[in-house]
Design a protein around this ligand. Structure first.
Ligand SMILES: [Zn+2]
Length: 349
């Protein structure tokens, strides 16, 4: 079947979901859909699609997830659709099944935000809530300026003072103190957290080996696909063998300039899938330089705190969020689907 790479990418949750369902129906996938409870009040479809193909009782389950950071779904979804349409999920090695989880955080994808409901960063929502580290010491400094009157020039001055890299890291560390703050990990597991781990537990039943590739976008060089691995020890060594030595391992002693993130999804995977050989990575599809997107990311956060929906001002912010996380550029799209296909093959090796 001839298809265009561009057509795999869609610019809203509803369209991305329709494209994914049509791709999965075109080949031998079984498909199910889980509905977020907020759908009752929003009256727009807020669903997570779960599509599976390959061995019924696999030894190895390869999982590809998209949209943990809401708006990043548009890039991840296009890559998932492309993998299906280009035949990568057919003729899998014996004993292998492929599971695609589409739109893990449908609320964020619908709102064009990185966060889920209640301003929670789903990718920081997996700490041990019983013995919580409030975290984000560096973030404290950022928070005061960030939340004082939506003044972007003040944010820029602080960025200059701290250094851009340190500022961005403080923003992304994860914190459990400020409910209106950036990188807030929540006070309990979100719906998407519980559903994601339940899907993994159910679908991985009987599999000895599970590989998870979590598709993100918006950080790294334009069109590149940076591999980040939050494991340590044996699991990290295995990830390096499979995906190459260049991967970034923030929890490794030699992590260098890269910092750990609190309550990362990978902590949840480790708990849910203990006893199996688990390799999980984040594939970060790079777009524009982060300082270009940072303003959109921060203004989107302010709009959510303010409860600004449906205004012209908000639409402008949403458009900037979309552009930063899904460049409207055919060359970018071709580059990321190729990178994703390469990672897919490495994951099966
Ligand atoms: Zn992300």
């Amino acid at each position: 079947m001839v298809f265009s790479v561009d057509d795999c990418f869609r610019t809203s949750l509803a369209e991305a979901r329709a494209e994914f369902i049509s791709a999965a129906h075109g080949v031998d996938f079984t498909l199910r859909s889980l509905t977020h409870p907020l759908q009752e009040s929003t009256r727009v479809p807020l669903t997570v699609e779960v599509a599976r193909t390959g061995a019924r009782e696999p030894e190895h389950l390869l999982v590809l997830t998209s949209g943990v950071h809401g708006v990043e779904l548009m890039a991840g979804s296009g890559c998932q659709v492309n993998l299906i349409r280009s035949g990568h999920c057919e003729n899998l090695p014996d004993g292998t099944a492929v599971l695609m989880i589409h739109g893990v955080n449908p609320v964020g994808a619908w709102r064009m935000t990185r966060t889920a409901e209640d301003l929670v960063d789903l990718c920081r929502n997996f700490p041990d809530f019983d013995s919580l580290d409030a975290g984000g010491e560096e973030y404290e400094r950022v928070h005061a300026t960030l939340m004082a009157g939506e003044d972007y020039s003040a944010v820029e001055r602080l960025m200059e003072e701290m250094g851009k890299r340190r500022f961005v890291q403080a923003l992304m560390d994860g914190q459990y103190r400020h409910e209106d703050g950036f990188g807030f990990g929540g006070t309990r597991p979100l719906w998407a957290h519980r559903v994601l781990l339940r899907i993994l537990r159910d679908e991985a039943r009987g599999a000895n080996r599970v590989t998870i590739v979590d598709l993100h976008s918006g950080a790294g060089a334009f069109g590149a696909g940076m591999v980040v691995c939050m494991h340590t020890g044996k699991a990290l060594a295995l990830a390096r063998r499979r995906f190459g030595q260049a991967l970034i391992a923030p929890r490794d002693a030699q992590a260098g300039e890269y910092r750990d993130a609190l309550g990362h999804c990978a902590d949840g995977y480790e708990r849910a899938l203990s006893g199996r050989e688990l390799t999980s990575i984040v594939l970060e599809l790079g777009t524009y330089p982060l300082d270009e997107g940072l303003r959109a990311i921060i203004e989107s956060h302010w709009a959510e705190v303010r409860g600004d929906y449906g205004t012209a001002r908000r639409r402008k912010v949403d458009a900037a969020m979309l552009r930063h996380h899904l460049p409207d550029d055919p060359l970018w799209r071709r580059a990321v689907v190729e990178r994703c296909a390469e990672i897919f093959s490495q994951a099966l090796s």
